[in-house]
Write a new protein. Structure first.
Lengths: 284, 67
């Protein structure tokens, strides 16, 4: 049986009605796991109801997996309990560090790209698999700063972790696009470092330019539409990655009407379809 | 330990304005005082200052928006 690529939206309270009214145009919903760690019984019941209606994937944002410091077992237990309760089709986290020495950064920070964070991330992924029962898909993060203490490029660092941990990559194409323009590297070369069978999910988002004219950086803010280069990258991934892909459009604020987001999802469908056609033609 | 010390140092200068200002005024002195290795000191001395300021401002905005 052919395996089908899936396209969905990130669940946000302000999009809830729009998502629930359009489940015929949405294949999957991504829910921020951390929003439910301290949720009431009623909120968790609502999440179970959602998961009964449509496939759900859980997305963690606070584990800090790409660190030389071992991941907190209590936080992994929270994810494990939520996965048991919701039975998502997958769960994911970030190749980021989020705290150090008790200082919470409050964001997903790119760690030094070094042997220490490669081995730390692999150990943390092994621990996550033991406790949750399933490996998370791991997402590449956007960064405004080239992390000090790095001795390798991002493509090398990410591919080492993904290959050696045997985890899948959740490839955030806007994060990749932003880092490639901010730090001047080729995003296609980056994608070619990742085994095609280990790219299993995609994030799409938008951002804006910030900073002084001679020191501008593209900020991944999830407040703007998906830009054209990201759809082109999506087509290129569709031409390369082994099916199926799960593609999620993330929007965290400045919300347009849901129809506008669904149109962007349709653009994503068409981009992947073009890529799949290229893949089939190359295989013929 | 030496690697977690670098992560702690970065976390501090990303979120703590006073620590960041002290670091930018004397990068080598502050990094040495934090117990970083000689190589790590050299790495943070060469920090991308534009990126650091933009990241810090972005983190501050996120913190403000969560309030």
């Amino acid at each position: 049986m052919a395996v089908r690529d899936r396209f969905g939206l990130g669940w946000r309270a302000k999009l809830a009605l729009g998502i629930l009214s359009n489940l015929d145009r949405i294949d999957i919903v991504e829910v921020i796991a951390d929003d439910y760690f301290r949720a009431s019984h009623r909120e968790r019941r609502a999440l179970r109801t959602l998961a009964a209606q449509t496939p759900v994937t859980l997305h963690g944002v606070s584990l800090g997996m790409a660190s030389s410091v071992p991941v907190d077992t209590k936080r992994l237990d929270q994810i494990a309990r939520l996965c048991d309760e919701v039975e998502p089709v997958s769960w994911s986290e970030h190749l980021a560090f989020v705290r150090g020495g008790g200082i919470e950064i409050g964001h997903l920070a790119a760690p030094p790209r070094s042997a220490a964070t490669v081995s730390g991330a692999i150990a943390n992924l092994r621990r996550a698999r033991e406790i949750v029962g399933v490996s998370p898909q791991m997402e590449n993060v956007a960064t405004l700063i080239d992390p000090p203490g790095s001795d390798r490029d991002e493509a090398t660092w990410v591919s080492q972790i993904i290959r050696d941990s045997e985890s899948d990559l959740l490839l955030d194409l806007h994060n990749l696009h932003a880092n490639s323009v901010n730090f001047n590297f080729d995003p296609i070369d980056y994608i070619s470092h990742i085994p095609p069978e280990q790219i299993s999910a995609i994030h799409l988002a938008g951002g804006k330019w910030i900073g002084r004219p001679n020191a501008r950086r593209l900020l991944d803010d999830h407040l703007h539409d998906v830009p054209g280069p990201v759809y082109q990258l999506l087509e290129d991934v569709g031409a390369r990655a082994t099916p199926p892909l799960t593609v999620i459009l993330e929007r965290d604020g400045n919300f347009p009407p849901v129809e506008w987001l669904l149109e962007q999802l349709d653009l994503a469908r068409r981009a992947v379809a073009r890529g799949r056609a290229r893949r089939s033609a190359a295989a013929a | 330990m030496k690697d977690s010390r670098l992560e702690t140092f970065l976390a501090r200068i990303y979120v703590d304005q006073t620590a960041r200002e002290r670091f930018l005024a004397d990068p080598r002195g502050e990094a040495t005082k934090a117990g970083l290795t000689a190589q790590q000191v050299e790495d943070v001395v060469k920090i991308d200052r534009d990126g650091l300021e933009l990241l810090a401002a972005s983190l501050e905005r996120k913190k403000h928006n969560r309030r």
